[in-house]
Design a protein around this ligand. Structure first.
Ligand code: NAP
Length: 360
């Protein structure tokens, strides 16, 4: 089978580098096009990331010599890629317009940007939770008159650490109605060069602009439904979030308290639900899907970013410290890899799902 040709917009950044790394030897997709800002355009990819390649493995041979294009020039991508991953750091309105331009040019866009997350006909997907939201794509195409192109986004990078385990309880029939979460977010979440070392070494910063709003609102769209050709948010959960930047390179942690409105599961039942949780990516055996999406670690001092962020290709959520909550009902600690599961790996899993659904 010929592989689909893939473009990476923002290929020189933290998330873009992860796309380039993770797509090496992908069974269905191959990187054929890399693009970034005007200042990187015209250079060979290896030269454009010289001195700022942060991946644990070398630059894939097949990408090293690709010429970086200016991502703002959509015509450069036409005929060179079947779809693109979008991971650019720029003004949100500019990103929205640009992603629409790619879609209008017949190139589907799988985006990591927050730009389109609240566009009413754009699905925000975690494949284990709401794969059915891809059903809005025909409506989106019709709304714009797009024939082949469309836009799909993934949520903020911290959600993956806590939403899948909470969703597993909802799927098992328990009514979660409130959550308080405190995130401890890695510096790679701020891109490169990101947070200044003098701000973050030996320190914690109790503020990440816009992050608490995303943590509180995005789950409501993901847990919502399609009605009349647009998304209607879930109104059953209230979430209160504290988001902190901590001196960890990769891996977002979340300390979570959960309350139920009806019957409450025993702790053993919660563990069973998490252990047995499987979803569409596992049923379809998607190449990037973790075999076990939620891994419970019984040790009292886990999960830890350094030890647990790479669990199952860095695509699983590691959970620990499940116990009764004195104020709500249960509490636990979740961890996921922010630039893999929370960014490039999550984007690739979205593309694999879209491919299996014959959208690509
Ligand atoms: P980053 O390391 O700062 O990289 C930004 C990328 O955007 C670079 O490739 C850069 O190209 C490109 N870019 C900047 N200005 C541009 C312009 N005017 N036109 C075209 N390309 C431009 O950022 P990042 O962490 O990879 O994040 C990228 C996106 O993913 C952001 O929207 C971010 O919110 C989102 N995201 C990040 C994470 C994470 O954990 N880091 C997780 C989820 C989502 P040059 O190198 O040429 O400047």
């Amino acid at each position: 089978m010929a592989k689909l040709k893939v473009g990476v917009l923002g290929a020189t950044g933290m998330v873009g580098q992860n796309y380039v790394r993770l797509l090496e030897n992908h069974p269905w997709f191959e990187v054929s096009f890399v693009a970034a800002s005007e200042k990187s355009a015209g250079k060979k990819y290896a030269d454009s990331v010289a001195g700022r390649w942060h991946m644990p493995t070398g630059i894939p041979n097949a990408v090293q010599g690709l010429m970086v294009e200016d991502a703002n020039k959509v015509d450069k991508a036409v005929g060179r890629c079947d779809f693109v991953f979008s991971a650019m750091e720029m003004d949100k309105q500019v990103v929205r317009d640009l992603e629409n331009e790619y879609a209008a040019a017949g190139i589907p866009v799988l985006s990591n940007s927050s730009a389109h997350r609240w566009t009413e006909d754009v699905p925000m997907i975690i494949p284990e939770i709401n794969p059915q939201h891809l059903d809005i794509i025909p409506v989106q195409k019709k709304n714009h008159g797009w024939k082949k192109g469309f836009v799909v986004v993934k949520p903020n990078c911290s959600l993956q650490s806590y939403l899948t385990p909470v969703y597993a309880l909802i799927k098992a029939g328990y009514d979660v109605d409130r959550m308080i979460l405190t995130t401890l977010q890695a510096v790679s979440g701020a891109g490169y060069p990101g947070v200044a070392s003098l701000d973050i070494v030996d320190n914690i910063i109790p503020y990440i602009g816009g992050e608490e709003e995303k943590s509180e609102k995005e789950p409501l769209k993901i847990l919502g439904r399609i009605e009349g050709g647009k998304f209607v948010n879930s109104d059953s959960i209230r979430i209160s979030a504290h988001c902190n930047r901590v001196p960890v390179v990769d891996g977002h942690t979340a300390c979570v308290s959960v309350g139920f409105s009806g019957r409450k599961p025993a702790l053993e039942e919660v563990l069973r639900i998490w252990r047995e949780f499987r979803a569409l990516p596992q049923e379809l055996d998607l190449p990037s899907a973790p075999k076990q999406p939620i891994i419970y670690l019984p040790e009292a001092n886990r999960p830890q970013p350094r030890k647990d962020r790479d669990a199952d290709k860095a695509m699983a959520v590691s959970i620990g410290r499940l116990r009764q909550c004195n104020v709500f009902d249960i509490r636990f600690v979740g961890l996921s890899h922010n630039t893999v599961r929370g960014a490039a790996g999550g984007g690739i899993l979205n593309a694999e799902l879209a491919y299996k659904k014959k959208l690509l």
